[in-house]
Design a protein around this ligand. Sequence first.
Ligand code: PEP
Length: 252
Amino acid sequence: MRKPVIAGNWKMYKLLSDAVETSLELKRLVANANHCEVVIAPVFTALKTIADRVEGSNIKVAAQDCSIQNDFGAHTGEVAPVMIKDVGCSHVIVGHSERRQFYGETDESVNWKTMAGLAAGLTPIVCVGEKLEEREAGNAESVVKTQLEGGLKGLTVSDLERIIIAYEPVWAIGTGKTATPEQAQEMHGFIRGVVAETHGAEAAEGLRILYGGSVKPDNIVELMAQEDVDGALVGGASLDAASFAKIVNYKQ
Ligand code: PEP
């Protein structure tokens, strides 16, 4: 059985005081959620404080990005996965489409970051997803396959047990346009098939694949009803504790 994961990506929102307030409210609102893992991803400057505040609860903390390596050195502005782990995080988001679009992230850097995250003992949440023009040209699957093959290159079967994939069609992120449950299922099934080819059927069966793209309290139930949808990566609707808690508590 794949335990669902509901993860909130807070992007570059919230000063520390607001992040603390939201995380404490969330902690109270999801205290009984045992059916899924709950992850929140605040900005770097809030990670330690938030990790301390939610310690011992069912909320885990993720960074939104990391360096490609764990070796200390002259890498101004970079944060090593081992440092993220050191402040109490358990997850790291890698290859988010905003980083691919605006900050030069490539499949190769996604691959390095994934490996560095694993080496530090973090769970990488590796994001893939096609742009609107790629979908309209009929290339959605080939784009996602290339991202998966590049991003997961060299990972062993046991590495794969420790990662999570997030399928986030770029056209659905922050746009209010959600993929239909059928579109999500179709791509999630495809992703599982690609991983079955690269890492075997057992690894593919155990892999958790999250859907991301305008997930809201009112569409989470139908998305989670899909066979290959194992959770959600939520942007906008995770910024408000009550709204994110409704998504986490989709089962109750
Ligand atoms: C995201 O940023 O990963 C995301 C899915 O955003 P939103 O839920 O706002 O579409």
